[in-house]
Design a binder for this molecule. Sequence first.
Ligand code: ADP
Ligand code: 5GP
Length: 188
Amino acid sequence: MERRARLFIVSGPAGVGKGTLVSRVRSMRPLLGLPVSATTRDPRPGEVDGEAYHFLVEEEFQRRIEKGEFLEWAQVHDHRYGTLKSEVDACLERGESVILEIDVQGGYSVKRLFPDAVLIFVEPPSWDTLVERLKGRGTESAESLALRLQTARKELEQADTYDVRIVNDNLEEATEELARTLEKYERN
Ligand code: ADP
Ligand code: 5GP
């Protein structure tokens, strides 16, 4: 059966495992496009500019908003994050599906522009598991952790507005479910 390239949006609270799931699916399907977003937050240890994100100072981010370089951007936690049109175009030009790992506000913005985009929400099996994972990742200060958990509560309430919900409990199973979801929509 024909497979067509689709635009997928993966959202969910910080620490739920979005990055882990997407990178596992991409190791199965290396051509799947993952545009690099821009952010005003500082890089975490090990994060490379241009790979994890394009790390921009406030003024540069603002300049790019004014030049119309973003497909969407949003204030998430205490910083700005945005999807660069140039990054999405480069991925789409290859004719492969594209995954945007962005927050719920960004997800809605993209869905308005591309009604055919598929909204996928990743949920934790429980609140305590989410807290454990976020703490276990060891990347956040106490302040940043509290802020992410506060945002997480609001995001989890919006899960039922998404097209697909995946509970990331067992990593193998959730990876399979994400891979199957992509295939299902590509054949639709
Ligand atoms: P996000 O991208 O949603 O912020 P990450 O992918 O960074 O989340 O995952 C947060 C932490 O949880 C990481 O330390 C990751 O290894 C761990 N993790 C992800 N999925 C699972 C899972 N199914 N079971 C246990 N730990 C997980
Ligand atoms: P982190 O700081 O943990 O890397 O990301 C925080 C949040 O920002 C995540 O929920 C992630 O989905 C969101 N995010 C990352 N890139 C973008 C983007 O380009 N646009 C929007 N709207 N959100 C993003």
